[in-house]
Design a protein around this ligand. Structure first.
Ligand code: ADP
Ligand code: ZN
Ligand code: ZN
Length: 674
């Protein structure tokens, strides 16, 4: 009797058996419609069997095996199985997530008619089953710098799995190295996959890739795409028609039968880790996938994650350094502005104001970087003590004067700005602290002749608005930019010669041990925006801790020194990469319920937690979100296999625990946020 085992998108760690009389081996990896309860569901066939653990009488029959697209290949299923195992997530949830929504629903996009492809010319060094393509570059390429050439040679010459760390500052020519390596892969008839952190960065990169490989089929993949386009891209990749896939983290799940190279640009970026549902790290999964396929991969960054840097240091990864900028003569001059003895004007130092003035006179652009949007982080009534709190979260409502709103940046709650204090009627409410809107207003007043442009998630709320803002900057339509980290990533502003960083100190002493690493990366990134053309750039960092080693390393552009210091601190404290972590989080109506569940979970680990440290359940730093109280329990081990084995056994116990109504929990493996 033919039985198919199906992965269904349900929060249960098991497969579901169905009778499928007409099924055979070729159906493994196909989508299938099955009856479930009173309805039907769509899943993926994972295997065939002749005998189910369920009694035959209970087995239902599949409704239909969907044979209208190629079956998902074995390596793709193995990738999903790895993620299910590693991230302790039911396989059906993984396969469902890995499919574009349209295919997940059992539908297919309308495909354009594919012109018959001419048979491939025979070639020596090609991938079997695929033709080497004539991928001639449209443009005359500049000669590579020696370091670039060495990097390309190493990557192209790699046989089998090797993980390279391409370490070089913004503008050192990393992208050029990726493109040359991709070129070599395409010439051999392979496919290349390139991951970037942000949707906003894809159009720009897509343009560069398309210009370089005019005859190649480039597919983009990100969650902002229309359903049909995303599904088409997936099918093009699966069918081997796509030469290059370019996308955000989810593109790591693109099936690519001839995949020969994976590139993860800005590998340190936190957005490669998904913070909900399947909490995977696309960078880590990429490394697993490259290993699985025995192909080379490249992690690129100016400020690698400390995990990656550590592996490059121990020789697990191969370090490729690009020590110089490819075009501009020099790195920006970084200066620290000691604000301890100065009376700041609306948060800005005389040095920064003077720098802005000078740029205005010279007709150059400046950027004031402040990673906090809105006008002010909180509104308050000093006489009675009222503050604008979110009713649903343990957070303040942020004042947005631009549209007269109070907004929670965590849950999206919003209200009109009250005319008077809701508690005592006082009409003199005060705005405390400073966000980008306030800086914008202050700068406009201070420099009336300047065109001030604010760039944050409010002013660039859609990709279209964002593109328009970028166009304005490039056309020289702004003198002073005020922006959040949105501006920090991946854009060249040739006329920008001054960057001022305000409010950076907060990250120095944050509770999260990764905060300094993020601050350093962010500062390097914003600094990298300046002085990329003929004009030298300057970066001014306002701080009350001018001697802090982090800032000192920034002055010297010395990532290595910073990283070694941090790694030493982490080693002493036993933090990653010297230990491996998982976080169990629970949310409930009441904090006691959440903590009680976590305590029970901890008790349930008794007896098999060898080599594992389970910490005390504690409330999360953001204690309440959307009216739910949240707690967490950290699990740690110096051995990844030990942690993995423990988590697998623990999950079974957790599924069996009794839970109060309304309680929800999840496990986050390799958590990035605390
Ligand atoms: P990164 O990705 O490290 O920021 P890019 O590859 O984008 O660096 O290179 C930065 C700039 O330098 C780009 O304008 C690129 O075209 C140019 N460039 C890169 N390599 C070279 C080279 N070998 N010769 C001349 N220009 C180069
Ligand atoms: Zn809220
Ligand atoms: Zn009041």
């Amino acid at each position: 009797m033919n039985i198919v085992r199906v992965a269904l998108d349900l929060p249960l760690p098991k497969l579901f058996d169905y009778l499928a009389p007409d099924s055979d081996e070729s159906d493994i990896g196909r989508r299938v419609t099955v009856p479930f309860g009173t309805a039907s569901r769509i899943g993926v066939i994972i295997s065939l069997t002749q005998a189910s653990e369920q009694p035959d009488a209970k087995l239902k029959t599949v409704i239909a095996i969907l044979r209208d697209m190629p079956a998902l290949p074995a390596d793709w299923r193995e990738l999903c199985e790895f993620c299910a195992r590693y991230y302790q997530t039911p396989l059906g949830e993984v396969t469902s997530f890995a499919l574009p929504p349209m295919l997940r629903r059992g539908k297919l996009p309308r495909m354009p008619k594919v012109a018959a492809v001419a048979p491939a010319p025979p070639s020596r060094d090609t991938v079997p089953g695929a033709g080497a393509r004539d991928i001639t570059s449209a443009v005359a390429l500049p000669p590579l710098l020696a370091a670039q050439a060495a990097a390309v040679e190493a990557i192209v010459g790699a046989r089998g799995f090797t993980c390279f760390l391409l370490h070089g500052v913004t503008g050192s020519g990393k992208t050029e190295v990726y493109l040359r390596a991709i070129d070599a892969v395409l010439r051999r008839g392979g496919q290349a996959l390139m991951l970037v952190p942000e949707i906003a960065l894809t159009p720009q990169l897509e343009g560069r890739v398309a210009a370089r490989f005019p005859t190649a089929h480039v597919v983009c993949a990100n969650s902002g795409m229309a359903d049909a386009a995303r599904a088409r891209g997936f099918l093009d990749a699966l069918g081997g028609r796509a030469d290059i896939v370019l996308g955000t983290r989810l593109s790591i799940f693109m099936p690519m039968p001839r995949l020969r190279l994976i590139v993860v640009d800005e590998e340190h970026d936190a957005s490669f880790k998904q913070q909900e549902g399947l909490r995977y790290s696309a960078r880590d999964v990429a490394i697993w996938r490259a290993h699985q396929l025995d192909i080379p991969m490249v992690l690129g960054s100016a400020t690698p994650s400390l995990e990656t840097f550590h592996h490059a240091g121990t020789g697990r990864y191969v370090m490729l350094e690009l020590p110089e900028r490819a075009v501009a003569e020099s790195m920006p001059l970084v200066r620290i502005v000691d604000t301890r003895r100065e009376k700041l004007q609306e948060g800005l130092s005389a040095a920064l104001l003077g720098g802005l003035q000078k740029r205005l006179e010279r007709g150059e652009q400046s950027l004031v970087f402040l990673n906090r949007r809105g006008y002010a982080p909180v509104m308050a009534c000093p006489p009675c003590g009222w503050v604008s709190r979110c009713q649903r979260c343990a957070a303040n409502l942020v004042l947005h004067l631009a549209d007269q709103r109070l907004r929670c940046h965590h849950c999206g709650f919003e209200a009109r700005v009250p005319r008077a204090c809701p508690d005592c009627g006082n009409v003199d409410l005060m705005a405390f602290g400073r966000g980008t809107q306030r800086l914008e207003a202050m700068l406009a007043e201070r420099f009336p002749e300047a065109r001030v442009l604010r760039i944050d998630r409010d002013s660039a709320s859609t990709p279209k608005k964002w593109q328009a803002l970028l166009a304005t900057i490039h056309a020289g339509g702004a003198d002073i930019l005020v922006g959040t980290q949105m501006l920090a990533k991946g854009h060249d502003f040739p006329m920008l010669t001054l960057v001022g960083a305000v409010g950076a100190d907060a990250a120095l002493f944050a509770a999260d041990f990764r905060a300094p690493e993020r601050l350093f990366a962010q500062m390097m990134q914003v600094g990298g925006r300046s002085g990329r053309a003929a004009l030298p750039g300057e970066v001014l960092i306002q701080t009350e801790y001018p001697d802090h080693p982090l800032y000192q390393a920034l002055i010297d552009h010395d990532y290595d020194r910073f990283a070694r210091n941090q790694l030493e601190e982490r080693r002493i404290a036993g933090f990653p990469p010297f230990s491996f972590q998982a976080m169990l989080r629970a949310e409930a109506r009441a904090m006691e319920q959440a903590l009680a569940f976590l305590a029970a979970a901890r008790d349930a680990a008794a007896g098999f937690a060898n080599g594992i440290t389970l910490y005390d359940p504690v409330p999360m730093r953001m204690q309440r979100l959307m009216t739910l109280e949240r707690g967490q329990l950290l699990v740690e081990s110096t051995s990844r296999p030990a942690l993995q084995a423990f988590l697998a056994a623990w999950m079974e116990k957790l599924y069996a625990l009794k839970m109060p109504a309304g309680l929800r929990w999840h496990l986050d493996v390799d958590p990035l946020e605390f």
